[in-house]
Design a protein around this ligand. Structure first.
Ligand code: DI6
Ligand code: FE
Length: 397
C-alpha cells in the first residue's frame, strides 16, 4: 500500500510532531517500508496503486496502554451513590467498588465477558486504537483471573488489534480474605500468577498500591515473583494517597507507574532514574472529581516520558475514548497537544516495553490512523469527537 498526499505526524522527533506536510508512506506486508515527502517517493514504490488520503492527518495507530476492559456488570448505581455524597473509598470499604465488579465477573461466563468486552473494544478501534493493554484483577481467584486473561487473549485473536495483558491479582482483597491481605497474596495471588504465566497468559505484572488495596511490601512480594519469571512490572501508584508506590516501582525498574496524582518531585526523579514511564489517567481523576493533579511539571523537569490512557474500567473511568483522555490531559492537567499525542503513541509503546510501533518510520509496524483533521492539535482540542477516517492495522484497511 502507498498512502499519498498525507499530512504526517511521524513523531520521530519530539519537536513539531515530526511533521511531513505533503507526505507519503509505503507499507510492505505488516511493516512500514518508506516514509517521506511526495516529491521523493522511490522508484520501487511508484508503480503501487496509491491510496490518496487527500491531505488528511495520518498518525501512528493509537496505543491504549492501561485498560481494565474485561469485566462483568457495571457500576452506574455507585455513580449515583457518589453523587449522593458517598466517596469512592467509602463505597469500597462497604464491599462495593472493585469487589462488586469482582462478584459480577466471577458470575459471568467466558462468552459473556468476551462479548461485552468486544463491544467496548470496537468503540476504541473506531477511534484509531491498534494496540491495547488489558488487565486482569476482577477475578481475585485462580479460576476467574485465568478466565479474564483468556478473554483478553481472545480479543487479540478475534478483533483487529494487538493485545498485551497485565496480571493484576493484587488489585483488591477479595471478601473471602477480608482482613488477611498477606494470606491472599501468598495463597492466591502468587500461585495464580505462576499458573497464568505457565499458560502464556501474562505479558506484565501490575498491582494496586493504595490504602484501600495493598501496601508496598505486599506488592513487592508479587514483584519478586514477576522478576523470577522474567516478567516486566507496572504499578498503580499514588492515585488517592502517597504510600510509596512510585519509589517501589522505580526500585523494580518498572515499565510504568500509573495515575500518580499524589506523586512528588522526588518520585518523579526516581522514575527518571529507573527509566519508567508516567502513565497519566485523567478519566479516573475526572470521574472521582479529584482535586490534586499529577505533577506534570516535575515529570517534564526530570525528563520522565508521559503516556496517556483511558484506564477503561467500570468504576473510576467508564470510558473508551482515548481522544477524550487526550482532551482531559490537556484541559485538566495542562499537557500540551504534542504531549497528549506522544502519550497515546510513542510513550505508550514504551509503557508496554515495546519498540516496534508508536512512530511512523521504516521498520515499524504498519499500524496507522487517518483522521478527518489537518493538524494534530485538533485531536486534543475537540471534546472526544474527532472523526477517524480509517484505521490501517498490520498493513491493511
Ligand atoms: N485504579 C483504577 O483506576 C482502577 N483500578 C485501580 O487500581 C479502578 C478499578 C475500579 O474501580 O473498578
Ligand atoms: Fe487502572
Amino acid at each position: 500500500m502507498l498512502l499519498t498526499h498525507a499530512t504526517l505526524a511521524t513523531l520521530v522527533s519530539d519537536q513539531d510532531y515530526g511533521f511531513i506536510r505533503d507526505g507519503a508512506v509505503a507499507l510492505k506486508g505488516d511493516k512500514i517500508a518508506w516514509v517521506g515527502p511526495m516529491s521523493e517517493i522511490p522508484k520501487t514504490f511508484r508503480g503501487t496503486e496509491p491510496f490518496d488520503v487527500q491531505g488528511r492527518l495520518v498518525t501512528p495507530g493509537f496505543i491504549d496502554c492501561h485498560s481494565h476492559i474485561v469485566y462483568g456488570g457495571n457500576r452506574a448505581a455507585e455513580f449515583e451513590q457518589r453523587l449522593n455524597g458517598a466517596s469512592y473509598q467509602e463505597i469500597a470499604q462497604a464491599g462495593g467498588g472493585i469487589i462488586s465488579t469482582v462478584k459480577a465477573t466471577r458470575a459471568a461466563s467466558e462468552e459473556d465477558l468476551l462479548s461485552t468486552a468486544i463491544s467496548r473494544v470496537e468503540a476504541m478501534l473506531a477511534q484509531g486504537v491498534t494496540t491495547l493493554e488489558i488487565k486482569s484483577g476482577y477475578g481475585l481467584d485462580r479460576e476467574t483471573e485465568l478466565k479474564m486473561l483468556r478473554v483478553a487473549r481472545a480479543i487479540g485473536s478475534k478483533c483487529r488489534v494487538s493485545v498485551y495483558t497485565s496480571f493484576l491479582g493484587a488489585h483488591a482483597i477479595p471478601p473471602e480474605y477480608e482482613g488477611q491481605p498477606d494470606t491472599y497474596i501468598d495463597d492466591v495471588c502468587i500461585p495464580t500468577l505462576r499458573a497464568a504465566h505457565d499458560e502464556g497468559l501474562v505479558d506484565a505484572v501490575d498491582g494496586f498500591c493504595e490504602g484501600i488495596a495493598f501496601d508496598a511490601e505486599q506488592i513487592a512480594r508479587v514483584f519478586d515473583v514477576a522478576r523470577q519469571l522474567n516478567l516486566p512490572i507496572k504499578l498503580h501508584a499514588e492515585q488517592l494517597s502517597n504510600i510509596g508506590g512510585t519509589q517501589l516501582a522505580a526500585r523494580y525498574k518498572a515499565l510504568s507507574a500509573d495515575h500518580l496524582e499524589y506523586a512528588t518531585s522526588d518520585d518523579a526523579a526516581a522514575l527518571a532514574r529507573s527509566g519508567s514511564v508516567a502513565v497519566i489517567l485523567p478519566g479516573a481523576f475526572y470521574t472521582l472529581r479529584e482535586e490534586r493533579p499529577p505533577p506534570i511539571d516535575a515529570f517534564r523537569t526530570h525528563g520522565v516520558p508521559m503516556a496517556l490512557a483511558t484506564d477503561s474500567n467500570p468504576g473510576s473511568s467508564p470510558m473508551t475514548s482515548l481522544l477524550l483522555a487526550m482532551n482531559m490531559g490537556c484541559t485538566l492537567f495542562r499537557m500540551t497537544p504534542m504531549e497528549a499525542l506522544m502519550g497515546v503513541t510513542r510513550n505508550a509503546t514504551r509503557a508496554l516495553g515495546l519498540s516496534d510501533r508508536g512512530t511512523i518510520q521504516p521498520g515499524a509496524r504498519a499500524d496507522l490512523a487517518v483522521w478527518q483533521a489537518d493538524h494534530p492539535a485538533e485531536l486534543s482540542y475537540r471534546i472526544g469527537d474527532t472523526a477517524l477516517h480509517c484505521r490501517i492495522f498490520e498493513g491493511a484497511l
